[in-house]
Design a protein around this ligand. Sequence first.
Ligand SMILES: Cc1cc2nc3c(=O)[nH]c(=O)nc-3n(C[C@H](O)[C@H](O)[C@H](O)COP(=O)(O)OP(=O)(O)OC[C@H]3O[C@@H](n4cnc5c(N)ncnc54)[C@H](O)[C@@H]3O)c2cc1C
Length: 474
Amino acid sequence: MPSYSTVIHWFRRDLRLTDNTALHQAAQDAAQVIPVYILSDWQKRHAWTGSIRQQFLCGCLESLDKNLGALGSRLILRCGQADQELEKLIKETKAEAVYLNRDYDPYGRDMEKKVEEVCHRFGIPCLTYKDRVLHEPDEVLTGSGGPYRVYTPYSKNWLSLEKTAPQGKPTTLGKAPAKDLTSHPLPDLGHWKLEPTQASLPAPGERAARQRMKDFIESRTLNAYAQKRNIPAGVTTSRLGQDLRFGLISIRELYTRCSAATSAQSPSDDQKSVATYLKELAWREFYLAILWHYPEVFDEEFAPEFRGMPWPGSDEQFQVWKQGQTGFPIVDAGIRELLATGFMHNRVRMIVSMFLTKDLHCHWRLGESFFMQHLVDGENASNNGGWQWSAGTGADAAPYFRIQNPWIQTKTYDPEGTYIRQWVPELRGVSPERFTAPPKDGRSLAPGYPLPMVDHHEERDRTLAIFGKHRETK
Ligand SMILES: Cc1cc2nc3c(=O)[nH]c(=O)nc-3n(C[C@H](O)[C@H](O)[C@H](O)COP(=O)(O)OP(=O)(O)OC[C@H]3O[C@@H](n4cnc5c(N)ncnc54)[C@H](O)[C@@H]3O)c2cc1C
Protein backbone atom coordinates (compact mmCIF):
# COMPACT_ATOMS: atom_id res chain seq x y z
CA MET A 1 0.00 0.00 0.00
CA PRO A 2 1.41 3.43 -0.91
CA SER A 3 2.12 5.76 2.01
CA TYR A 4 0.75 8.85 0.25
CA SER A 5 -2.08 9.48 -2.16
CA THR A 6 -0.47 12.43 -4.01
CA VAL A 7 3.13 13.71 -4.02
CA ILE A 8 5.15 16.09 -6.19
CA HIS A 9 8.37 15.15 -7.95
CA TRP A 10 10.30 18.30 -8.74
CA PHE A 11 12.53 17.71 -11.82
CA ARG A 12 15.70 19.79 -11.80
CA ARG A 13 18.94 18.45 -13.31
CA ASP A 14 17.41 14.99 -13.65
CA LEU A 15 15.32 15.21 -16.83
CA ARG A 16 14.85 11.46 -17.24
CA LEU A 17 12.67 8.60 -16.05
CA THR A 18 15.29 5.82 -15.97
CA ASP A 19 17.21 5.35 -12.72
CA ASN A 20 15.96 8.63 -11.29
CA THR A 21 16.35 8.13 -7.54
CA ALA A 22 13.76 10.57 -6.19
CA LEU A 23 11.23 9.79 -8.92
CA HIS A 24 11.65 6.07 -8.39
CA GLN A 25 11.05 6.47 -4.66
CA ALA A 26 8.07 8.78 -5.20
CA ALA A 27 6.50 6.23 -7.56
CA GLN A 28 6.89 3.53 -4.91
CA ASP A 29 5.55 5.67 -2.06
CA ALA A 30 2.54 7.36 -3.66
CA ALA A 31 -0.58 6.47 -5.60
CA GLN A 32 -0.11 9.58 -7.74
CA VAL A 33 3.07 11.49 -8.61
CA ILE A 34 2.72 15.01 -10.03
CA PRO A 35 5.79 15.63 -12.23
CA VAL A 36 6.82 19.29 -12.10
CA TYR A 37 9.47 21.44 -13.75
CA ILE A 38 9.87 25.11 -12.91
CA LEU A 39 11.18 27.43 -15.57
CA SER A 40 13.30 30.28 -14.37
CA ASP A 41 11.91 33.68 -15.21
CA TRP A 42 15.42 34.84 -16.16
CA GLN A 43 15.24 37.89 -18.43
CA LYS A 44 18.84 38.53 -19.43
CA ARG A 45 19.83 39.25 -15.85
CA HIS A 46 22.44 36.51 -15.61
CA ALA A 47 25.36 36.60 -18.03
CA TRP A 48 25.74 32.81 -18.03
CA THR A 49 22.48 31.94 -19.78
CA GLY A 50 22.70 31.58 -23.56
CA SER A 51 20.62 30.32 -26.49
CA ILE A 52 22.53 27.07 -27.03
CA ARG A 53 21.95 25.48 -23.62
CA GLN A 54 18.40 26.84 -23.32
CA GLN A 55 17.55 25.47 -26.78
CA PHE A 56 18.78 22.07 -25.67
CA LEU A 57 16.76 22.38 -22.44
CA CYS A 58 13.59 23.16 -24.44
CA GLY A 59 14.05 19.94 -26.42
CA CYS A 60 14.68 17.96 -23.23
CA LEU A 61 11.47 19.24 -21.62
CA GLU A 62 9.47 18.35 -24.71
CA SER A 63 10.93 14.87 -24.67
CA LEU A 64 10.33 14.47 -20.92
CA ASP A 65 6.69 15.46 -21.39
CA LYS A 66 6.34 12.83 -24.14
CA ASN A 67 7.95 10.15 -21.99
CA LEU A 68 5.65 11.02 -19.11
CA GLY A 69 2.75 10.80 -21.56
CA ALA A 70 3.75 7.23 -22.34
CA LEU A 71 3.26 6.50 -18.61
CA GLY A 72 -0.18 8.12 -18.72
CA SER A 73 1.01 11.29 -17.00
CA ARG A 74 2.11 14.78 -18.12
CA LEU A 75 4.67 17.37 -17.14
CA ILE A 76 3.36 20.32 -15.15
CA LEU A 77 5.40 23.35 -16.10
CA ARG A 78 5.39 26.44 -13.97
CA CYS A 79 7.42 29.59 -14.27
CA GLY A 80 8.97 31.68 -11.51
CA GLN A 81 10.76 31.11 -8.22
CA ALA A 82 10.72 27.42 -7.37
CA ASP A 83 9.70 27.69 -3.70
CA GLN A 84 6.77 29.99 -4.50
CA GLU A 85 5.58 27.84 -7.39
CA LEU A 86 5.86 24.65 -5.35
CA GLU A 87 3.93 26.28 -2.54
CA LYS A 88 1.07 27.01 -4.96
CA LEU A 89 1.21 23.47 -6.32
CA ILE A 90 1.11 21.90 -2.87
CA LYS A 91 -2.08 23.85 -2.19
CA GLU A 92 -3.62 23.09 -5.59
CA THR A 93 -2.86 19.36 -5.56
CA LYS A 94 -3.03 18.78 -1.78
CA ALA A 95 0.33 17.03 -2.14
CA GLU A 96 1.47 15.19 0.96
CA ALA A 97 5.20 15.27 0.18
CA VAL A 98 7.74 16.80 -2.22
CA TYR A 99 10.47 14.59 -3.73
CA LEU A 100 13.63 15.94 -5.32
CA ASN A 101 17.21 15.04 -6.14
CA ARG A 102 19.84 17.13 -4.41
CA ASP A 103 21.85 19.82 -6.19
CA TYR A 104 25.29 20.91 -5.03
CA ASP A 105 25.82 24.40 -6.33
CA PRO A 106 25.08 27.42 -4.13
CA TYR A 107 21.88 28.40 -5.97
CA GLY A 108 20.54 24.86 -5.94
CA ARG A 109 21.30 24.49 -2.23
CA ASP A 110 19.63 27.79 -1.36
CA MET A 111 16.50 26.86 -3.24
CA GLU A 112 16.39 23.45 -1.57
CA LYS A 113 16.42 25.14 1.83
CA LYS A 114 13.55 27.40 0.79
CA VAL A 115 11.52 24.45 -0.48
CA GLU A 116 12.19 22.61 2.78
CA GLU A 117 10.84 25.63 4.67
CA VAL A 118 7.70 25.67 2.53
CA CYS A 119 7.14 21.95 3.20
CA HIS A 120 7.77 22.51 6.90
CA ARG A 121 5.07 25.20 6.96
CA PHE A 122 2.61 22.79 5.36
CA GLY A 123 3.69 20.05 7.77
CA ILE A 124 4.68 17.72 4.90
CA PRO A 125 8.05 16.04 4.26
CA CYS A 126 10.53 17.31 1.70
CA LEU A 127 12.39 14.17 0.69
CA THR A 128 15.76 14.75 -0.97
CA TYR A 129 18.02 12.14 -2.58
CA LYS A 130 21.54 11.62 -3.84
CA ASP A 131 21.26 11.16 -7.59
CA ARG A 132 23.44 13.53 -9.56
CA VAL A 133 26.70 12.04 -8.31
CA LEU A 134 28.12 8.70 -7.30
CA HIS A 135 29.58 10.26 -4.16
CA GLU A 136 28.40 13.44 -2.50
CA PRO A 137 30.95 16.05 -1.45
CA ASP A 138 30.87 15.00 2.22
CA GLU A 139 31.43 11.33 1.35
CA VAL A 140 34.91 11.84 -0.11
CA LEU A 141 37.07 13.38 2.59
CA THR A 142 40.72 13.26 3.64
CA GLY A 143 41.95 11.12 6.54
CA SER A 144 41.42 14.06 8.89
CA GLY A 145 37.84 14.53 7.67
CA GLY A 146 38.40 17.66 5.59
CA PRO A 147 37.82 18.30 1.89
CA TYR A 148 40.47 17.51 -0.71
CA ARG A 149 42.07 20.46 -2.47
CA VAL A 150 43.87 18.40 -5.11
CA TYR A 151 42.38 15.95 -7.63
CA THR A 152 44.74 12.93 -7.52
CA PRO A 153 44.21 11.88 -3.88
CA TYR A 154 40.51 12.75 -4.22
CA SER A 155 40.15 10.49 -7.26
CA LYS A 156 41.96 7.59 -5.55
CA ASN A 157 39.55 7.79 -2.64
CA TRP A 158 36.55 8.29 -4.98
CA LEU A 159 37.45 5.25 -7.06
CA SER A 160 37.90 3.07 -3.99
CA LEU A 161 34.36 3.71 -2.68
CA GLU A 162 31.57 1.28 -3.39
CA LYS A 163 29.27 2.40 -6.20
CA THR A 164 25.48 2.13 -6.10
CA ALA A 165 23.86 0.03 -8.83
CA PRO A 166 21.28 1.67 -11.12
CA GLN A 167 17.54 0.99 -10.86
CA GLY A 168 15.02 0.75 -13.67
CA LYS A 169 12.29 3.20 -14.57
CA PRO A 170 8.86 3.46 -12.95
CA THR A 171 6.08 1.60 -14.73
CA THR A 172 3.42 4.03 -13.51
CA LEU A 173 3.13 7.39 -11.80
CA GLY A 174 -0.55 6.85 -11.01
CA LYS A 175 -3.30 8.89 -12.59
CA ALA A 176 -2.37 11.94 -14.65
CA PRO A 177 -2.51 15.36 -12.97
CA ALA A 178 -6.04 16.74 -13.00
CA LYS A 179 -7.03 18.46 -16.27
CA ASP A 180 -7.64 21.77 -14.53
CA LEU A 181 -4.13 21.82 -13.02
CA THR A 182 -2.59 24.62 -15.06
CA SER A 183 0.69 24.17 -16.87
CA HIS A 184 2.79 26.67 -18.80
CA PRO A 185 3.16 25.71 -22.50
CA LEU A 186 6.43 24.00 -23.44
CA PRO A 187 8.92 26.87 -23.76
CA ASP A 188 10.95 28.11 -26.70
CA LEU A 189 13.80 30.62 -26.64
CA GLY A 190 11.31 33.48 -26.67
CA HIS A 191 10.52 32.61 -23.05
CA TRP A 192 13.95 33.95 -22.05
CA LYS A 193 13.97 36.63 -24.78
CA LEU A 194 16.89 34.84 -26.41
CA GLU A 195 17.75 34.88 -30.10
CA PRO A 196 17.48 31.61 -32.07
CA THR A 197 20.78 29.74 -32.37
CA GLN A 198 22.35 28.54 -35.62
CA ALA A 199 24.54 26.04 -33.75
CA SER A 200 24.04 22.38 -34.64
CA LEU A 201 23.36 20.73 -31.30
CA PRO A 202 23.14 17.11 -30.15
CA ALA A 203 19.62 15.68 -30.19
CA PRO A 204 17.92 16.50 -26.86
CA GLY A 205 16.08 14.16 -24.51
CA GLU A 206 16.55 10.91 -22.64
CA ARG A 207 16.22 8.57 -25.61
CA ALA A 208 18.87 10.39 -27.69
CA ALA A 209 21.20 10.55 -24.69
CA ARG A 210 20.80 6.83 -24.01
CA GLN A 211 21.63 6.14 -27.64
CA ARG A 212 24.80 8.26 -27.33
CA MET A 213 25.78 6.34 -24.20
CA LYS A 214 25.19 3.02 -25.97
CA ASP A 215 27.12 4.09 -29.07
CA PHE A 216 30.05 5.28 -26.97
CA ILE A 217 30.27 2.04 -25.00
CA GLU A 218 29.68 -0.31 -27.91
CA SER A 219 31.80 1.47 -30.51
CA ARG A 220 35.60 1.62 -30.35
CA THR A 221 35.52 5.08 -28.72
CA LEU A 222 35.50 3.75 -25.16
CA ASN A 223 38.13 1.08 -25.85
CA ALA A 224 40.42 3.62 -27.53
CA TYR A 225 39.78 6.35 -24.94
CA ALA A 226 43.17 6.15 -23.19
CA GLN A 227 45.01 6.39 -26.47
CA LYS A 228 42.87 8.93 -28.32
CA ARG A 229 41.07 11.14 -25.83
CA ASN A 230 43.49 14.04 -26.29
CA ILE A 231 43.06 14.14 -30.06
CA PRO A 232 40.51 16.82 -30.92
CA ALA A 233 39.82 15.67 -34.51
CA GLY A 234 36.94 13.23 -34.87
CA VAL A 235 34.95 11.73 -32.03
CA THR A 236 37.51 10.55 -29.47
CA THR A 237 35.56 11.18 -26.25
CA SER A 238 32.09 10.24 -25.05
CA ARG A 239 30.36 13.58 -25.83
CA LEU A 240 28.08 12.90 -22.88
CA GLY A 241 28.75 16.19 -21.06
CA GLN A 242 25.31 17.71 -21.78
CA ASP A 243 23.62 14.41 -20.89
CA LEU A 244 25.23 14.40 -17.46
CA ARG A 245 24.63 18.14 -17.07
CA PHE A 246 20.87 17.82 -17.63
CA GLY A 247 20.57 14.38 -16.04
CA LEU A 248 19.40 12.70 -19.25
CA ILE A 249 21.45 9.67 -18.25
CA SER A 250 22.27 8.48 -14.76
CA ILE A 251 25.85 8.55 -13.57
CA ARG A 252 25.28 5.18 -11.88
CA GLU A 253 24.19 3.58 -15.13
CA LEU A 254 27.06 5.14 -17.08
CA TYR A 255 29.61 4.00 -14.50
CA THR A 256 28.16 0.49 -14.25
CA ARG A 257 27.90 -0.03 -18.00
CA CYS A 258 31.41 1.24 -18.67
CA SER A 259 32.85 -0.90 -15.86
CA ALA A 260 31.13 -3.94 -17.34
CA ALA A 261 32.50 -3.21 -20.82
CA THR A 262 35.78 -4.98 -20.04
CA SER A 263 36.85 -7.92 -17.92
CA ALA A 264 40.17 -9.34 -16.72
CA GLN A 265 40.31 -11.23 -20.04
CA SER A 266 40.00 -8.08 -22.18
CA PRO A 267 43.06 -6.68 -23.94
CA SER A 268 45.04 -4.51 -21.56
CA ASP A 269 44.53 -1.40 -23.74
CA ASP A 270 40.76 -1.80 -23.41
CA GLN A 271 41.02 -2.20 -19.65
CA LYS A 272 43.24 0.85 -19.44
CA SER A 273 40.75 2.89 -21.49
CA VAL A 274 37.83 2.02 -19.25
CA ALA A 275 39.88 2.80 -16.13
CA THR A 276 40.93 6.15 -17.63
CA TYR A 277 37.35 7.03 -18.51
CA LEU A 278 36.03 6.20 -15.04
CA LYS A 279 38.74 8.43 -13.59
CA GLU A 280 37.58 11.31 -15.79
CA LEU A 281 34.13 10.98 -14.29
CA ALA A 282 35.75 11.69 -10.93
CA TRP A 283 36.84 15.15 -12.19
CA ARG A 284 33.20 16.15 -12.46
CA GLU A 285 32.51 15.21 -8.85
CA PHE A 286 35.80 16.71 -7.70
CA TYR A 287 34.80 20.13 -9.02
CA LEU A 288 31.30 19.76 -7.57
CA ALA A 289 32.94 19.01 -4.23
CA ILE A 290 35.23 22.03 -4.57
CA LEU A 291 32.22 24.27 -5.19
CA TRP A 292 30.36 22.70 -2.29
CA HIS A 293 33.20 23.19 0.20
CA TYR A 294 34.54 26.45 -1.25
CA PRO A 295 31.58 28.33 -2.81
CA GLU A 296 33.76 31.46 -2.86
CA VAL A 297 35.42 30.13 -6.06
CA PHE A 298 32.63 31.81 -8.01
CA ASP A 299 33.84 35.19 -6.77
CA GLU A 300 37.55 34.81 -6.33
CA GLU A 301 40.62 32.68 -6.96
CA PHE A 302 40.68 29.29 -5.23
CA ALA A 303 44.35 29.78 -4.32
CA PRO A 304 44.43 32.67 -1.83
CA GLU A 305 47.88 33.84 -2.96
CA PHE A 306 46.48 34.86 -6.35
CA ARG A 307 43.51 36.86 -5.14
CA GLY A 308 43.56 40.49 -6.23
CA MET A 309 46.12 39.85 -8.97
CA PRO A 310 46.11 42.21 -11.99
CA TRP A 311 44.84 40.88 -15.35
CA PRO A 312 45.99 43.59 -17.73
CA GLY A 313 44.53 42.07 -20.95
CA SER A 314 42.44 44.51 -22.99
CA ASP A 315 38.82 44.29 -24.07
CA GLU A 316 39.93 44.50 -27.73
CA GLN A 317 42.03 41.37 -27.28
CA PHE A 318 39.16 39.57 -25.58
CA GLN A 319 36.86 40.44 -28.51
CA VAL A 320 39.39 39.04 -31.02
CA TRP A 321 39.67 35.80 -29.00
CA LYS A 322 35.85 35.51 -28.83
CA GLN A 323 35.62 35.69 -32.62
CA GLY A 324 38.27 33.04 -33.26
CA GLN A 325 40.54 35.54 -35.05
CA THR A 326 43.71 35.36 -32.94
CA GLY A 327 45.98 34.07 -35.73
CA PHE A 328 46.72 30.98 -33.60
CA PRO A 329 44.97 28.28 -35.69
CA ILE A 330 44.31 25.84 -32.85
CA VAL A 331 42.80 28.57 -30.66
CA ASP A 332 40.61 29.88 -33.49
CA ALA A 333 39.50 26.36 -34.40
CA GLY A 334 38.40 25.76 -30.80
CA ILE A 335 36.35 28.94 -30.54
CA ARG A 336 34.75 28.31 -33.91
CA GLU A 337 33.88 24.73 -32.96
CA LEU A 338 32.24 26.08 -29.81
CA LEU A 339 30.20 28.68 -31.67
CA ALA A 340 29.11 26.19 -34.33
CA THR A 341 28.23 23.26 -32.06
CA GLY A 342 28.14 24.28 -28.38
CA PHE A 343 30.98 21.80 -27.82
CA MET A 344 34.74 22.13 -27.62
CA HIS A 345 37.11 19.23 -27.12
CA ASN A 346 38.70 19.13 -23.65
CA ARG A 347 42.28 19.43 -24.90
CA VAL A 348 41.30 22.50 -26.89
CA ARG A 349 39.37 23.97 -23.93
CA MET A 350 42.68 23.85 -22.07
CA ILE A 351 44.64 25.46 -24.92
CA VAL A 352 42.06 28.17 -25.56
CA SER A 353 41.61 29.06 -21.90
CA MET A 354 45.32 29.11 -21.19
CA PHE A 355 45.81 31.34 -24.21
CA LEU A 356 43.24 33.86 -22.95
CA THR A 357 44.69 33.98 -19.45
CA LYS A 358 48.42 33.46 -20.05
CA ASP A 359 49.00 34.93 -23.52
CA LEU A 360 46.41 37.70 -23.48
CA HIS A 361 46.37 38.21 -19.68
CA CYS A 362 42.58 38.53 -19.64
CA HIS A 363 40.80 37.64 -16.42
CA TRP A 364 39.69 33.99 -16.32
CA ARG A 365 36.21 35.13 -15.33
CA LEU A 366 35.68 36.63 -18.80
CA GLY A 367 36.40 33.27 -20.39
CA GLU A 368 34.37 31.43 -17.77
CA SER A 369 31.36 33.54 -18.61
CA PHE A 370 31.84 33.22 -22.40
CA PHE A 371 32.06 29.43 -22.12
CA MET A 372 28.93 29.29 -19.96
CA GLN A 373 27.03 31.31 -22.56
CA HIS A 374 27.95 28.89 -25.34
CA LEU A 375 28.65 25.40 -23.98
CA VAL A 376 25.78 22.95 -24.28
CA ASP A 377 27.40 21.04 -21.38
CA GLY A 378 28.04 24.30 -19.47
CA GLU A 379 28.28 23.23 -15.83
CA ASN A 380 29.07 25.88 -13.19
CA ALA A 381 31.42 23.75 -11.13
CA SER A 382 33.39 22.08 -13.95
CA ASN A 383 33.65 25.26 -15.94
CA ASN A 384 34.89 27.28 -12.99
CA GLY A 385 37.31 24.48 -12.12
CA GLY A 386 38.58 24.24 -15.70
CA TRP A 387 39.10 27.98 -15.99
CA GLN A 388 40.85 28.33 -12.66
CA TRP A 389 43.03 25.32 -13.51
CA SER A 390 44.08 26.95 -16.78
CA ALA A 391 44.61 30.34 -15.19
CA GLY A 392 46.89 28.71 -12.59
CA THR A 393 44.75 29.93 -9.70
CA GLY A 394 42.71 26.77 -9.14
CA ALA A 395 42.38 23.54 -7.19
CA ASP A 396 45.19 21.60 -8.68
CA ALA A 397 48.80 20.80 -8.33
CA ALA A 398 49.47 22.40 -11.76
CA PRO A 399 51.65 25.38 -10.90
CA TYR A 400 51.00 28.73 -12.53
CA PHE A 401 54.35 28.59 -14.33
CA ARG A 402 53.40 25.56 -16.39
CA ILE A 403 52.26 27.42 -19.49
CA GLN A 404 51.25 25.42 -22.54
CA ASN A 405 52.66 26.56 -25.87
CA PRO A 406 49.79 26.55 -28.42
CA TRP A 407 52.18 25.79 -31.31
CA ILE A 408 53.63 22.73 -29.57
CA GLN A 409 50.20 21.61 -28.45
CA THR A 410 49.16 21.68 -32.11
CA LYS A 411 52.17 19.61 -33.14
CA THR A 412 51.39 17.03 -30.45
CA TYR A 413 47.61 16.75 -30.72
CA ASP A 414 46.69 17.87 -34.24
CA PRO A 415 49.84 17.10 -36.26
CA GLU A 416 47.95 16.64 -39.54
CA GLY A 417 45.92 19.81 -38.97
CA THR A 418 42.70 17.81 -39.37
CA TYR A 419 40.91 19.60 -36.54
CA ILE A 420 42.14 23.02 -37.60
CA ARG A 421 41.14 22.55 -41.20
CA GLN A 422 37.68 21.40 -40.15
CA TRP A 423 36.91 24.54 -38.17
CA VAL A 424 38.98 27.21 -39.93
CA PRO A 425 37.98 26.77 -43.59
CA GLU A 426 40.30 29.51 -44.86
CA LEU A 427 43.23 27.30 -43.78
CA ARG A 428 42.11 24.18 -45.66
CA GLY A 429 44.76 24.56 -48.35
CA VAL A 430 47.63 25.25 -45.93
CA SER A 431 50.12 22.49 -45.11
CA PRO A 432 49.85 21.32 -41.48
CA GLU A 433 53.44 22.02 -40.41
CA ARG A 434 52.65 25.71 -40.83
CA PHE A 435 50.14 25.39 -37.95
CA THR A 436 52.89 24.39 -35.53
CA ALA A 437 54.98 27.58 -35.44
CA PRO A 438 54.42 31.28 -36.07
CA PRO A 439 54.88 32.20 -39.76
CA LYS A 440 58.64 32.72 -40.29
CA ASP A 441 58.19 35.00 -43.28
CA GLY A 442 55.85 37.31 -41.37
CA ARG A 443 53.13 36.61 -43.93
CA SER A 444 49.62 35.47 -43.16
CA LEU A 445 48.86 31.73 -43.59
CA ALA A 446 45.99 32.46 -45.98
CA PRO A 447 44.16 35.46 -47.42
CA GLY A 448 41.86 36.92 -44.79
CA TYR A 449 43.48 34.95 -41.95
CA PRO A 450 45.18 37.19 -39.35
CA LEU A 451 48.80 37.07 -38.23
CA PRO A 452 49.34 35.76 -34.65
CA MET A 453 48.13 38.57 -32.41
CA VAL A 454 50.96 38.11 -29.87
CA ASP A 455 54.34 36.44 -29.48
CA HIS A 456 53.84 33.44 -27.22
CA HIS A 457 57.34 33.55 -25.69
CA GLU A 458 57.10 37.23 -24.79
CA GLU A 459 53.66 36.79 -23.24
CA ARG A 460 54.80 33.75 -21.32
CA ASP A 461 57.59 35.81 -19.74
CA ARG A 462 55.11 38.56 -18.96
CA THR A 463 52.79 36.09 -17.22
CA LEU A 464 55.63 34.75 -15.10
CA ALA A 465 56.56 38.32 -14.13
CA ILE A 466 52.95 39.22 -13.19
CA PHE A 467 52.42 36.09 -11.10
CA GLY A 468 55.89 36.33 -9.53
CA LYS A 469 55.47 39.98 -8.57
CA HIS A 470 52.05 39.38 -7.10
CA ARG A 471 53.33 36.49 -4.96
CA GLU A 472 56.09 38.70 -3.58
CA THR A 473 53.54 41.20 -2.34
CA LYS A 474 51.59 38.50 -0.47
C1 LIG B 1 38.30 25.76 -19.39
C2 LIG B 1 37.48 24.51 -19.25
C3 LIG B 1 36.10 24.61 -19.10
C4 LIG B 1 35.32 23.45 -18.97
N1 LIG B 1 33.96 23.60 -18.81
C5 LIG B 1 33.20 22.49 -18.62
C6 LIG B 1 31.80 22.61 -18.44
O1 LIG B 1 31.22 23.71 -18.43
N2 LIG B 1 31.08 21.46 -18.28
C7 LIG B 1 31.67 20.23 -18.28
O2 LIG B 1 30.97 19.21 -18.13
N3 LIG B 1 33.00 20.10 -18.41
C8 LIG B 1 33.78 21.18 -18.60
N4 LIG B 1 35.12 21.03 -18.79
C9 LIG B 1 35.72 19.68 -18.70
C10 LIG B 1 35.79 18.91 -20.03
O3 LIG B 1 36.37 19.70 -21.01
C11 LIG B 1 34.44 18.42 -20.52
O4 LIG B 1 33.78 17.71 -19.48
C12 LIG B 1 34.56 17.48 -21.70
O5 LIG B 1 35.24 18.09 -22.75
C13 LIG B 1 33.17 17.06 -22.18
O6 LIG B 1 33.28 16.23 -23.30
P1 LIG B 1 33.04 14.67 -23.20
O7 LIG B 1 31.74 14.39 -22.54
O8 LIG B 1 33.26 14.10 -24.54
O9 LIG B 1 34.22 14.25 -22.22
P2 LIG B 1 34.80 12.81 -21.84
O10 LIG B 1 36.27 12.91 -21.98
O11 LIG B 1 34.12 11.74 -22.56
O12 LIG B 1 34.50 12.72 -20.28
C14 LIG B 1 33.29 12.13 -19.77
C15 LIG B 1 32.69 13.03 -18.73
O13 LIG B 1 33.57 13.18 -17.62
C16 LIG B 1 33.46 14.50 -17.09
N5 LIG B 1 34.75 15.18 -17.25
C17 LIG B 1 35.78 14.82 -18.03
N6 LIG B 1 36.82 15.67 -17.87
C18 LIG B 1 36.43 16.58 -16.96
C19 LIG B 1 37.03 17.72 -16.35
N7 LIG B 1 38.30 18.07 -16.63
N8 LIG B 1 36.33 18.44 -15.47
C20 LIG B 1 35.08 18.09 -15.15
N9 LIG B 1 34.43 17.02 -15.67
C21 LIG B 1 35.09 16.28 -16.56
C22 LIG B 1 32.39 15.21 -17.92
O14 LIG B 1 31.15 15.05 -17.26
C23 LIG B 1 32.42 14.44 -19.22
O15 LIG B 1 31.22 14.51 -19.94
C24 LIG B 1 35.93 22.18 -18.95
C25 LIG B 1 37.32 22.09 -19.10
C26 LIG B 1 38.08 23.24 -19.26
C27 LIG B 1 39.56 23.11 -19.44
